[in-house]
Structures are given as structure tokens and as C-alpha cells.
Design a protein around this ligand. Structure first.
Ligand code: MN
Length: 245
């Protein structure tokens, strides 16, 4: 699917978000972004078919199989959204602060378990499972690991757009009973909190944090942080204006 809806909703001369571009190469990364917009939520995105298939999860993902987290499917995002962390200015779609909460890779699981266990599947199976509304996958992230399912809800509630799915952790060695997402509240990209990313005046860590992200091993992470630092320096004069809602 192309990125028309993504493009239509945004003014690229105003937002720091990446432009719409469908990638030719098929990757298997995932990202979870914590987004302090009109309502705080987490955006769960899987790289698939050259774009990021995206769901907004109000309560965020959970490692507790007992939690069935509502996940509203939203428009596909460009793959370069993968490391977007920063502030979308007021007056723009999704205005507010975005944190890269988790990143990693994913693999499709076969829709048919073998001896009660899920085994790796193919990309074609993933595409078919997505279309069917029952996508099973395995995550290898910094915070999220193990097997999950995204299941499209059949029964429509009044006023629903038919975009409601449930994000559910499968039972495996990575399951955590009573998982508390609030206990993991920092960026995997920059180690910053949402408040620090937003540049709140109370944020000492932000002011004293060395530029360039010295601890970051991955080149793409270091590049992304350097970009953010540069941008933040340019914006520091107007940070009061772009406070998150
Ligand atoms: Mn969002």
C-alpha cells in the first residue's frame, strides 16, 4: 500500500516527520513510539511491504498474556519513520512529542503451530495473516521480546471505523505477569524521557547531556541523535510554544 493517507494528513514544510517514500527493500524492523499527542498513546509499527504497518495502542503493548490491548490501525508510515523522535509542532496532525520507546526486528510466525509451539513463517504468510486479521509474529527488541498476535475485532462497536485490533502477548519464556509499561519510560534511542525530549525547562538531564550520543554503538542511532541535537539547538528559542498537549 502506498502512503497517500500519510501524505494527505501532513504538511511537510511544517513537520519534522519524514516524507512519504515506499522502500523497495523488504526489511523486518519494528518500532514502538510513545506519542504524547491529544491523548497519550503508543504507536506500534512493523516494517512490511516497504512501509511501516501501524497501530495506535492507547495503553501500550504488554508482556502479560492476560492483557488484550486495543490497537487502532492507522495509516501506513514510511520506513524512515523508524527512528523519528522529536516534537511535531502544534497545528499539525499528531502534534506533540514522540519518543522511540522500543526498536528491534520481527519475524512472521506460521499460522499453524507445530506441536503446540509457534514456528517461523514466511513473508507471504504474514501478508495473508494481516489481510485475514490474525497476524502472528515474534519480536526481538530491547524491551519487547517473544511471540505476539494482532487480531482484528470482528464485532463493530457503534461509531467504530472497523480499524480495531487487539495486541496480545502469547505465552512463552518472555511473558511477564503484571507487566507495568510505566516502569520502562525512556527512549531506547537517546535514553531521554518524554519531558526531556519535549525540552521542558525542568529537565536538567537534557541540558547536561553530551551532544552526539557517545554511548550509542549503532551508527544510525548516533546519526539520529546528532540530528536531534542539532534540531533542538535550533529550536531552543521557541520550545515554550511547542509544548505538548
Ligand atoms: Mn501516534
Amino acid at each position: 500500500m502506498a502512503l497517500e493517507e500519510y501524505k494527505r494528513k501532513r504538511k511537510f514544510e511544517q513537520t519534522p516527520e519524514p516524507p512519504p517514500k515506499v522502500e523497495a527493500k523488504a526489511g523486518h524492523r519494528f518500532v514502538v513510539q510513545k506519542h504524547d499527542a491529544t491523548r497519550l498513546h503508543y504507536d506500534f509499527r512493523l516494517e512490511m511491504e516497504g512501509v511501516l504497518k501501524s497501530w495506535a495502542v492507547p495503553k501500550g503493548p504488554s508482556l502479560d498474556p492476560a492483557d488484550k490491548r486495543l490497537a487502532m490501525q492507522v495509516e501506513d508510515h514510511p520506513v524512515s519513520y523508524f527512528d523519528f523522535e522529536g516534537t511535531i509542532p502544534e497545528g499539525n496532525y499528531g502534534a506533540g512529542t514522540v519518543m522511540v520507546w522500543d526498536v528491534g526486528t520481527w519475524q512472521p510466525l506460521s499460522p499453524v503451530p507445530v506441536q503446540g509451539k509457534y514456528v517461523p513463517g514466511t513473508d507471504a504468510e504474514a501478508v495473508a495473516m494481516l489481510a485475514k486479521g490474525d497476524l502472528k509474529f515474534r519480536l526481538k527488541g530491547k524491551k519487547l521480546n517473544g511471540d505476539f498476535a494482532l487480531i482484528k475485532m470482528k464485532g463493530r462497536r457503534p461509531g467504530s471505523k472497523g480499524t480495531e485490533w487487539l495486541l496480545i502477548k502469547k505465552h512463552d519464556d518472555y511473558a511477564v505477569e503484571g507487566y507495568d509499561i510505566e516502569a520502562y519510560d525512556e527512549s531506547v534511542l537517546s535514553k531521554r524521557s518524554l519531558a526531556e525530549i519535549a525540552g521542558d525547562s525542568g529537565s536538567k538531564e537534557w541540558k547536561s547531556r553530551p551532544a552526539g550520543g557517545g554511548k550509542l554503538k549503532a551508527a544510525w542511532l548516533a546519526d539520529a541523535v546528532a540530528k536531534l541535537d542539532k534540531k533542538k539547538a535550533a529550536e531552543s528559542g521557541q520550545k515554550k510554544k511547542i509544548k505538548s498537549k
